[in-house]
Design a protein around this ligand. Structure first.
Ligand code: DP6
Length: 332
């Protein structure tokens, strides 16, 4: 597996000689059309393309420095992690792909500005920030598309976190994975709001990596997913171009529920929802029946992400007092 990944990296980076300290910053992203399932586990190649929107202000900042004659030192939110810590191990394994030699190590400082309370995955912003920090540290000067190929090896959804606004991760066709990168969709939608609705932020019972692998291998309904995901992505892309919020909301909600349907139909079953997640869905459907255009999406966890337009902010806040409202396009 390491050799396949190192060979992949060799085709992208010009050299393995660090030049200076490096810094990278990247936002978290929410998929509106989801990535669920890999066609190649070693290279993190997805079965379907996906489309996301990034959340400015929530994400990761990573500082990186190469030091001769010492092993890796990984700090997370200013705390030095033990070498057997899962985050530290996963980071060091990723950094193995870029080391100039085995005598030195990287000092990595990762600061997550993702409030744990938001229930958002930080691996997407984490590996995107790390790819940017590596690019700075080695002075490669790679374009974002190429960096998204590197971030993808750390976590699939990280390929989309190189960009602000909307991003599209192409699943690609090639076995070598060189055409499976993300790019920015050049469209702004200033009225679009994302509401983070926290249900439960304790650690999830099964990681998305494991969950999607189990689904691919042990769910008969999964065969229907890749085509549906591609069709949904097209509808969402079109909705963004036309600023058709109803089409965006309906397709995103249906796409998330279809993804969760494949998880539930896996054996053993995978159900990330809590009773409160379902209660929130009913509340959203009730609000919608009363004329408020609000939709939701959900990832590998019990928390909901609401989709609505700025004009409905007050109504949403009245019904969900704990919601954290994000404006993905506030600066554009
Ligand atoms: C449900 O990117 O975390 O959030 O590639 O194994 O690291 P790995 O998985 P990851 O999966 C994200 C799954 C999702 C949907 C999405 O973000 O598209």
């Amino acid at each position: 597996m390491k050799n396949t990944q190192r060979h992949f990296v060799d085709q992208i980076i010009p050299h393995r000689t660090p030049k200076q300290k490096g810094i990278g910053q990247a936002p978290v992203n929410i998929a509106l059309s989801k990535y669920w399932g890999k066609r190649n586990v070693d290279l993190n190649l997805p079965t379907n393309s996906s489309l996301s929107v990034s959340l400015p202000g929530l994400g990761t900042e990573t500082h990186l420095e190469w030091m001769e004659n010492q092993s890796d030192e990984i700090y997370l939110n200013k705390t030095l992690l033990k070498s057997d810590n899962a985050f530290a191990q996963r980071t060091s394994l990723f950094l193995d792909l870029f080391r100039p030699n085995t005598q030195g190590g990287f000092v990595v400082n990762t600061i997550n500005s993702v409030p744990t309370a938001a229930g958002l995955a930080s691996s997407a912003s984490g590996y995107a920030a790390l790819a940017l920090a590596l690019n700075d540290c080695f002075q490669w000067d790679l374009p974002l598309k190429r960096l998204s190929l590197l971030a993808r090896l750390g976590s699939g959804s990280a390929s989309r976190s190189l960009y602000n606004g909307f991003a599209l991760w192409h699943k690609g066709q090639l076995d070598n994975g060189m055409d499976s990168y993300a790019e920015k969709i050049d469209q702004a939608w200033p009225e679009l709001c994302i509401g983070l609705l926290e249900i439960d932020v304790s650690e999830k019972p099964i990681s998305s990596t494991q969950g999607m692998q189990n689904t691919v291998n042990h769910c008969e309904l999964y065969a229907a997913w890749p085509d549906k995901a591609e069709a949904d992505l097209q509808k969402i892309h079109q909705a963004i171009e036309r600023k058709d919020f109803q089409q965006l909301g309906q397709t995103s909600e249906n796409n998330a529920l279809a993804m969760h349907a494949t998880m539930i139909a896996t054996w053993p079953p995978i159900l990330y929802w809590q009773p409160e997640s379902v209660a929130a869905m009913h509340q959203i459907w009730q609000l919608r029946s009363e004329g408020c255009e609000v939709y939701f999406t959900m990832d590998a966890g019990p928390n909901l992400k609401l989709l609505f337009l700025r004009q409905d902010t007050q109504t949403i806040q009245d019904h969900f007092p704990s919601v954290k409202v994000i404006h993905p396009f506030s600066d554009e």
